[in-house]
Write a protein that binds this ligand. Structure first.
Ligand SMILES: C=C(CC[C@@H](C)[C@H]1CC[C@H]2C3=CC[C@H]4[C@H](C)[C@@H](O)CC[C@]4(C)[C@H]3CC[C@]12C)C(C)C
Ligand SMILES: C[S@@+](CC[C@H](N)C(=O)[O-])C[C@H]1O[C@@H](n2cnc3c(N)ncnc32)[C@H](O)[C@@H]1O
Length: 363
C-alpha cells in the first residue's frame, strides 16, 4: 500500500470513528444514544399518527381551549419529545442563564440549587417537584439539600426514566417519582414542607388550578418557588412579529397559551399565597439563557441527518424526523423570543402559605 492509500485509509477510519463516537453517541454529555430514540410510551408505528394528532390541537383552537383535554395533549407531547430532549439537552428540561466560565451543566445545576435554597429546604424535609420530567433538577436538589424529593409528572415514560436515573445516581432513597396530574394531585392536604416547579406549570390550562393544588398540599408556613414561562412587558399583542414568535413557542412546546408576567403574582395571591419575592431571572445582569440554543445550531443540523438516517433504516420511529423538525423550528422561535426580550422562561416567584395564626394582609 503506498503512502497516499495509507493516508486515505487512515482518514476514513478516523472519520468513521468520529461518526460513531460523536454522531451516533449522545449529543449531550450523559444523554441518550441516537440509536435508542423512541416515541416514549407510544409504539414505534404510532409515533407519526400521534404527531399528527398533536398538531390537530392547534388546527382546532376550540379543542385546546377545552381545559380537560390539555393533560392528555401534554402527555402525548412528552412521549414524542422526551428521548430527543435527553439526547440533545440532558436530563434537566429547562433553561438557565449562561454563566461566564461555567459549563451549561454547571449553570443548570446552580439554577436548580437556587430553587431549593429559596424554599429553605434541608435534610428530613419533604419537598414536592411539580412537573419533574426525567428528574434532572430533582437529583441535583436532593444531592444539594439532602431533602426528600417527591416528583410528579403526567407522563409515565418519564416516570420510568426518572426512576432509572435516580437508581443509577444512588439517589433513589431521597427521590421518589409519581405519575399523576398536577391539577389533581394524589397527596393529602398539608403534607409537604416545601415545593418547587421548574418550567412546568406553563402547561396548566389555568394557572389558578395548579397553584391552588400546590397551596392545598403544602403545610402552613411552607415556601413554594416557581420558574414561569411568560411574555414580558416588551411584548405587544398588536405587533405581528411578536405574535408569530409567541405562537411558535406555544405550538412547539405544548402550551395552552403563554401568560403575561403580570398574571403570576396575581394568581398566587388569589389562591391564598403570600408573595415573598418576584423577579425575572432572565433580566440583565443575567447572561442570555438562549445562547446555548444559538450555539447548538450546527449540532441540530447534524442531529437532523442522524435522525433521518436512523428513521430510514427503521432504527428510529418514522415520526421522529417530524418531531425533530418541529423542535428545530421551536429553537428558532425561542431564540427570537430571547433576543427580542418579549419572552422569559424564568420569571421567578417565591410564595409562602400563611400560618393559620397569620393575619391575611397581602404583601
Ligand atoms: C420547558 C420546556 C422545554 C424547554 C427546553 C428544555 C426545550 C425547548 C426546545 C428544545 C429543543 C430544541 C431544539 C432541539 C434540537 C433540534 C435537537 O437536535 C436536540 C434537542 C433540542 C436542542 C431540544 C432540547 C430541549 C429544548 C431546548 C417546555 C416544553 C415547556
Ligand atoms: C419542560 S418539563 C420540565 C421538567 C423538569 N421540571 C425539569 O426542569 O427538568 C415539564 C414537565 O411538566 C410535566 N407536566 C405538564 N403538565 C402536567 C400535568 N398536568 N400534571 C403533571 N405533570 C405535568 C411534564 O410531564 C414534564 O415533566
Amino acid at each position: 500500500m503506498d503512502s497516499f492509500s495509507l493516508l486515505c485509509t487512515g482518514a476514513l477510519l478516523a472519520g468513521g470513528l468520529y461518526w460513531f463516537v460523536c454522531v451516533l453517541g449522545p449529543a449531550e454529555q450523559k444523554g441518550k444514544r441516537a440509536t435508542d430514540l423512541s416515541g416514549g410510551s407510544i409504539s414505534a408505528e404510532k409515533v407519526q399518527d400521534n404527531y399528527k394528532q398533536y398538531w390537530s390541537f392547534f388546527r382546532r383552537p376550540k379543542e385546546i381551549e377545552t381545559a380537560e383535554k390539555v393533560p392528555d395533549f401534554v402527555d402525548t407531547f412528552y412521549n414524542l419529545v422526551t428521548d430527543i430532549y435527553e439526547w440533545g439537552w440532558g436530563q434537566s428540561f429547562h433553561f438557565s442563564p449562561s454563566i461566564p466560565g461555567k459549563s451549561h451543566h454547571e449553570a443548570t445545576r446552580l439554577h436548580e440549587e437556587m430553587a431549593v435554597d429559596l424554599i429553605q429546604a434541608g435534610p428530613g424535609d419533604r419537598v414536592l417537584d411539580v412537573g419533574c420530567g426525567v428528574g434532572g433538577p430533582m437529583r441535583a436538589i436532593a444531592a444539594h439539600s439532602r431533602a426528600n424529593v417527591v416528583g410528579i409528572t403526567i407522563n409515565d415514560y418519564q416516570v420510568n426514566r426518572a426512576r432509572l436515573h435516580n437508581k443509577k445516581a444512588s439517589l433513589d432513597s431521597l427521590c421518589e417519582v409519581v405519575c399523576g396530574n398536577f391539577l389533581n394531585m394524589p397527596f393529602p392536604d398539608n403534607s409537604f414542607d416545601g415545593a418547587y416547579s421548574i418550567e412546568a406549570t406553563c402547561h396548566a390550562p389555568k394557572l389558578e388550578q395548579v397553584y391552588a393544588e400546590i397551596f392545598r398540599v403544602l403545610k402552613p408556613g411552607a415556601l413554594y418557588v416557581s420558574y414561569e414561562w411568560v411574555t414580558t412587558d416588551k411584548y405587544h399583542a398588536d405587533d405581528p412579529e411578536h405574535v408569530e414568535i409567541i405562537q411558535g413557542i406555544e405550538r412547539g412546546d405544548a402550551l395552552p397559551g403563554l401568560r403575561s408576567h403580570t398574571d403570576i403574582a396575581e394568581t398566587a395571591r388569589k389562591v391564598g399565597f403570600v408573595v415573598v419575592k418576584e423577579q425575572d431571572l432572565a433580566k440583565p445582569p443575567a447572561q442570555p439563557w438562549w445562547s446555548r440554543l444559538k450555539m447548538g445550531r450546527i449540532a441540530y443540523w447534524r442531529n437532523h441527518i442522524v435522525v433521518t438516517v436512523l428513521a430510514a433504516l427503521g432504527i428510529a420511529p418514522k415520526g421522529t424526523v417530524d418531531v425533530h423538525e418541529m423542535l428545530f423550528k421551536t429553537a428558532d422561535y425561542l431564540t427570537r423570543g430571547g433576543d427580542s426580550g418579549i419572552f422569559s422562561p424564568m420569571h421567578m416567584i417565591l410564595c409562602r402559605k400563611p400560618n393559620d395564626s397569620d393575619d391575611h394582609v397581602q404583601t
